[in-house]
Design a protein. Structure first.
Lengths: 337, 337
DNA sequence: TATGTAATAGTAAACGATTACTATAAGCAC
DNA sequence: GTGCTTATAGTAATCGTTTACTATTACATA
């Protein structure tokens, strides 16, 4: 039974009115005789009618779908942002779909094309490449966008994120004040705003304190755990001399770093000090808690949702939102003074 | 510019053929003259045509949307499963939308209704209540379902999960073998299969070893961190005597438990031993690593995806899949012998 | 009485794709 | 020439809604 869905047509036939009237009852946007209305509502109840949103969407040229496109949706940082956005948008009748680009610009481009085909209503995105991202495709079709975490300067798209330069600067300075001079950095992807700015912050802090950055301690990470693990493992395998401290440019790479150090029995902070931009899950239970800065992802998600909704509802207020991040003091930094 | 999307009609007009022909070129499912075909393809290129999937979906009565409905999509356990499903389905042209019920049956019912309206193609679900879940609504509309993690017995729906009874039994027995007799349990929701079976496993292990279960050490959790934290905090505030060991019935509650114990300066395992069904993120870095069983969520996700796809593609093979879980030995259990 | 307007409801055209039918022409066998 | 098949392509219906038009009635106003 019930092989075919009940449609407005069925309701119309059942009650002897036109589909237009049924639609009007459902949307309550046009005067309908009270008795007719009740008859229709009764039929809807009896036949267990449920609207077909695909049809509705075709007619309205919308999809009630919003996407969040990030490098890796398994990253707790993005998860937390996404969940918050989802909660807010769900209230307004939107569903969120999450897309991971795995930092590949090709995949990101494919995803954007697919989203356009799906008539996506809005997109929150952390572009995997600040130059090559095909955001113009979205702009051309007037799809509202919010940049999350990663910025793109030339396009005037609202942005929600943190002050990456400052985060890196402060953490590096913290190390310096503890007496560290031989400091390395595990960088993020340098074709993203976050990667660039964090490295810049690191270098500036070094420079301002008259320290030079040793090239061999600049580890080229890509924001992912594996790469950080491998780059550092390679370095350690060659028995090169370690810096006394290392700045890790995101949470995933901090994990990769810790795993590599663990494997070589290098202790934190006895043998090397670590600071991290971004926290690891459950770090409060760690034997060595990593000193880090923590972003308020719930707040960020909320702000992203607000910016998305304000664009969807044409209440344009397109300002950028830079969220302050918190300093978390752990015990991963050795006092050298 | 480009306010309106380019449609097949535009391509048809531009090339002087009918929309039927354009459709045939695009789908390559009907003979089209080679020159006509090239002309159409050229127009598609030039006008930058992209298909409208909403229209396609209306016509085909599908949505290319699959949903995963769980208590809390922020739970790393579900995230990992979801990500795996997403990856597999994306390859086949489906998008995954994630829905959190927050363990509320009302919310779950609303979600199911919404999904039906969206013409959802398939649903993976961990029902928030094994009795009251409105899966019949989905079944009535012939929407393929896969039960994830939580089972429902009477409906014959394929299931992917673990042997919850055995997991609880083994962990409890492990404690007993270490000499523990005063053992408590932080239960999950008892209106779910996982909650019920884990408690049953715990009780059976106790019984089989001639131990009695003290009611005051049965803590009524609901699988969520907060509830576990609060129930235990309340207990500790009343200065009641502790069991020597506690079985926690999922990862989130283990966290709540640890937080509550921390706050009261109760040490693991010196003051109380803890075992957990399910692992916490990054537990490899914990000062006290919790002895637990770990589910292979990637494998589970893969199996769920397979079952979903096989139903979507009518290759019915509806067997249940029970995944073996791994025993992780930590240092959270004190030897009492 | 003539006229304006509000309530009520139906008709039919959209939205953008797919496809069952139908039609034409060409090629081939007899 | 007749009949059959195949390649090719158009027409128009369809998926399930919404809505611009149009139409009718009732009632108030001048």
């Amino acid at each position: 039974m019930d092989l075919k869905n009940v449609t407005m047509k069925d309701i119309a036939r059942y009650t002897g009115v036109s589909t237009a009237t049924v639609s009007r009852v459902l949307n309550d946007n046009y005067p309908v005789n009270i008795e007719t209305k009740q008859k229709v509502l009764k039929a809807i109840e009896e036949l267990n009618y449920e609207p077909n949103l695909v049809a509705k969407n075709l007619r309205s040229r919308k999809s009630n779908l919003v996407a969040i496109v990030v490098a890796d949706i398994k990253n707790p940082y993005y998860i937390s942002i996404a969940k918050e956005i989802d909660d807010y948008l769900f209230e307004e009748g939107y569903n969120l779909i999450t897309c991971s680009t795995d930092e590949s610009i090709e995949k990101e481009t494919d995803i954007i094309r697919l989203l356009l085909s799906k008539q996506i209503d809005a997109v929150a995105i952390a572009p995997s490449d600040s130059e090559k991202s095909k955001l113009t495709e979205l702009i051309k079709k007037h799809v509202p966008i919010v940049l999350v975490d990663r910025k793109i300067d030339d396009l005037s798209i609202p942005f929600v994120g943190t002050n990456n330069f400052k985060e890196a600067y402060n953490l590096t300075e913290y190390l310096i004040k503890k007496g560290h001079e031989k400091i390395g950095v595990m960088t993020g992807k340098l074709n993203t705003s976050t990667g660039k700015e964090r490295l810049k912050g690191f270098k500036m802090a070094m420079e301002n304190h008259g320290l030079t950055v040793d090239e061999k301690w600049i580890f080229n990470g890509d924001f992912e755990e594996i790469q950080a693990y491998e780059v550092l493992s390679q370095f350690l395998k060659n028995k090169q001399d370690l810096p006394t401290a290392l700045v890790s440019c995101n949470n995933l790479m901090t994990k990769g770093t810790m795993l590599a150090l663990n494997e070589h029995s290098i202790r934190i902070p006895e043998d090397i000090s670590i600071v991290s931009i971004g926290v690891m899950e459950n770090h409060e239970f760690f034997s060595t808690k990593i000193t880090s800065v923590e972003q308020d992802t719930s707040f960020m998600g909320k702000k992203v949702a607000e910016l998305l909704l304000s664009q969807l509802q044409n209440k344009q207020k397109l300002k950028n939102i830079v969220v302050e991040s918190a300093f978390i003091k752990g015990n991963s930094v050795k006092e050298l003074n």
